[in-house]
Design a protein around this ligand. Sequence first.
Ligand code: NDP
Ligand code: 2IT
Length: 444
Amino acid sequence: MKILAGVYEQVVKRNPGEPEFHQAVKEVLESLEPVAERHPEYVKAGIFDRIVEPERQIIFRVPWVDDAGTVHVNRGFRVQFNSAIGPYKGGLRFHPSVNLGIIKFLGFEQIFKNSLTTLPMGGGKGGSDFDPKGKSDMEIMRFCQSFMAELSRHVGPDTDVPAGDIGVGAREIGYMFGMYKKLRNEFTGVLTGKGIPYGGSLVRTQATGYGLCYFVEEALKAKGLSFEGKTVVISGSGNVAIYAAEKAQQLGARVVALNDSNGYIYDENGINLDTVKLIKEIQRGRISDYIKHHPHAKYTGGSRGIWTIPCDIALPCATQNELNGEDAEILIKNGCIAVGEGANMPSTPDAIDLFLKNNVIFAPGKAANAGGVATSGLEMSQNSQRLSWSFEEVDEKLKGIMKSIYKNSSEAAAEYGEPDNLVLGANIAGFKKVASAMYAQGVV
Ligand code: NDP
Ligand code: 2IT
């Protein structure tokens, strides 16, 4: 970095103790250096300085009462990062590891991801350090209501439209939607990922995982390859992982492993997804329960070991920095040909370098997992029109969007001289639209 080195230095200085945010910004600024060279007018207009500073950061107290009558206090966040091309849009994460730096890294990535979808959505992210694990349904409901009691002041269908992320699925969205509607006396599309009976979109549940496979399929196709007959390892066993596995299977691959934060399962016959859905979506159990249903499968404790399983395609779909340089070396040694990020920033920078240097097809999260938010955008369109589209119609639109994200990212990569570098391509393609919108709107 030359032109943009000062921007990065300022980010580190101004945001101490936020390593994930620094990591996300550094990767993007490194990709944008050649853009800054070609566009001195963007440098002069302070586009780079402004894009790394959230427009607004909201931090609030979330008090709630557990089933035993004990009062708990969690911290709530909403970072409204950039609204140049549309209302703030991005998920809510409930996980004990959540802090401002995590939400800022996610919100920053969301700006470029949402731009890539071709839909008019700005970037934002939120959440809480609340741990949903082991909580009763009523505790979850009271927490969500308390969270929305404050959040409702800051969001709205034309202002900021949250959705799910880790620890937030249809149940939590339902409780938050109910509270928003009661407080505002408005039935609006303030959240996406809603249940189908009250304004949700078909395919939103499947969208991130399906979209990931559609994207990887395009990248494979460009090299004359496909999912057919490939062995796939997927980390996580939540929303993204389950539907990535489902689509990979539909495309003819054999998915042999999944994990959660306690350990991984290996099933050489191919994972039975009905069992995983039962354990994870209905019983809210642990992935280790899989071997009770399928005794021939193997369970191994520890969350990292999953990358030691030989595979052709690896899809990290759990969390940030879950795949490091050491894991990348093992995957490459085992002959892995493609890595598609379903999670946000799951690969560390040294892992990404290794994949790129070793000609592993590498599909970065902000392009490859954009199918979730893209379908959220389609949910917003349906809500505005007070219509709902069929499963096939939404799925076709999702497929079309993932194809255009691949096309735009690979064309930008080629334009800037590194045709196989989709990290570079996605960052540049996502930036272009936001930058020209910010430029046109003046210094605001
Ligand atoms: P879920 O809560 O449904 O599932 C998360 C999964 O990841 C669980 O299996 C969980 O295991 C595992 N996991 C979470 N944290 C850790 C950790 N620290 N170490 C190991 N495993 C962990 O979330 P999603 O599937 O929705 O999200 C997964 C990833 O995909 C996240 O990075 C999210 O930001 C990203 N994403 C999600 C989208 C969506 O539409 N939902 C869209 C785009 C990206 P455990 O149960 O043990 O915690
Ligand atoms: O990281 C993401 O893109 C999401 N969690 C989905 C956001 C959304 O608004 O659907």
